[in-house]
Design a protein around this ligand. Structure first.
Ligand code: NAD
Ligand code: MG
Length: 305
């Protein structure tokens, strides 16, 4: 199988066929405890380490990205740094190995990298995270609410109240806390970007709690965008389709689905995290100044409302 970390193209700006820009992967059945690690993902995913080229679109900006250690958040962290931003990443302590790799990529760009490990289920951490990020970055003008919990459960009778509460806490309730805290720091022109999902419109029967949070994130994004637009702060969302990340192998999908993960989209393959990065860069950058309350779908061609 071709190595997805060695893309056929040179960078995100190369013109090539999106069908085979990255290989159609058939991941072997694999299991990691939650949270999964990119370091152990098979095959490895592409976060743009070798392929994302910056063009100065976020020069001097200061960003906090939750779940910035791995998957989509890691690709966003690398892209933001290459675009000239200083970046704080939040992640679970168990993800230190993944986080350190991303921290060193950010530092290699000559940007400030801030590591903020902790659990969004803990109120102290949740309530202090934004203050900590703003303190260490010397301000804040981009908040990316991207951390997510996804555990597939076949039947609702087996879905515990505890799991439902935790999924809501990490995926959507934390967005209220962090967005509210960020307003103390966000200047006019700042951006909040929330990660939602194609699951908001096409809920999988095994992801009832997860899909419900993603629909809530869409409503939260549009409502908050309307509220904050007159204050000069833009709120938008990105809705990924099937992207190859550790979320999928730490019980995010039933194991027998992994070999065909992402094969059912019009492009015929799963997306790589780096393919999401430009969407976040666009929404963070002033070039999207008239884009407010939008959900940018990056899903390989699945139809959306
Ligand atoms: P990922 O596992 O790399 O990232 C999820 C991150 O969430 C973890 O790295 C972890 O740091 C963070 N997280 C989870 N529980 C936490 C907790 N209790 N406290 C603090 N942080 C916690 O996987 P990903 O796929 O890159 O996920 C990023 C976002 O993308 C999530 O919101 C996910 O729902 C969304 N998404 C992913 C896909 C996909 O196919 N991979 C599709 C649609 C949406
Ligand atoms: Mg992770």
């Amino acid at each position: 199988m071709p190595d997805p970390t060695s893309p056929a193209h040179n960078n995100q700006l190369s013109l090539d066929n999106p069908v085979d820009r990255y290989p159609k992967i058939s991941p072997p059945k694999q299991d990691q405890p939650e949270p999964g690690l990119d370091a152990k993902l098979e095959p490895q995913a592409d976060h743009g380490e070798q392929s994302y080229v910056g063009t100065g679109r976020l020069k001097g900006r200061k960003a906090l990205i939750t779940g910035g250690d791995s998957g989509i958040g890691a690709a966003v962290a690398i892209a933001f740094a290459r675009e000239g931003a200083d970046v704080a990443i939040a992640y679970l302590p168990a993800e230190e190995e993944d986080a350190q790799k991303i921290i060193s990529v950010i530092q290699q760009e000559g940007r400030t990298a801030v590591a903020l490990p902790g659990d969004l289920l803990e109120s102290n951490y949740r309530n202090e995270l934004v203050d900590q990020a703003a303190k260490e970055l010397g301000g804040l003008d981009i908040l990316v609410n991207n951390a997510g919990k996804q555990i597939a459960v076949e039947q609702i009778e087996d879905l515990s109240d505890e799991q439902v509460l935790e999924t809501f806490q990490v995926n959507i309730l934390a967005m209220f806390t962090l967005s509210k805290a960020a307003l103390k720091y966000l200047p006019e022109g700042a951006s909040i970007i929330n990660t939602t999902s194609v699951q908001a419109y096409e809920p999988s029967p095994v992801l009832l709690d997860y899909a419900s949070t993603k629909a809530a994130i869409n409503a939260f994004t549009k409502g908050l965008a309307t509220q904050l637009a007159p204050r000069g702060i833009r709120v938008n969302a990105v809705a990924p389709g099937p992207i190859w990340t550790p979320l999928q192998v730490s019980d995010g999908q039933p194991k027998d689905k992994l070999p065909k993960f992402g094969h059912n989209v019009p492009l015929g393959r799963a997306g790589q995290p780096v393919e999401l990065a430009a969407a976040y860069v666009f929404l963070a950058s002033p070039e999207s100044s008239y884009v407010v309350g939008e959900t940018l779908n990056v899903n390989g061609g699945r139809s959306t409302p």
